[in-house]
Design a protein around this ligand. Sequence first.
Ligand SMILES: [Zn+2]
Length: 95
Amino acid sequence: MRYVDYGVAIELDGVRWHSGETRYLDDARDNRSALDGFRTLRYGWLKVAYHPCEVAHEVWSLLVKQGYRRDFHACGTGCALQLGAPVTVSAVERR
Ligand SMILES: [Zn+2]
């Protein structure tokens, strides 16, 4: 997935499909993305399946660093991040 307006690419890796030739193709795609000015975050299935809130927060954080200007909200009352309040864009910019 690419957020073209912010120069951010998200890659999902699965062990089954990422060895040998497919790994080579992934590397080639990553290199093209870098040459196009994209910053890439890569995630495996386990991370996305078991830690989706962390993934969402990391993606949002990179988007903010690239110019996105909306605050991050928890996904619900049971959110694993236990934010208490939305994370503001300025909180990321101060880091
Ligand atoms: Zn959440």
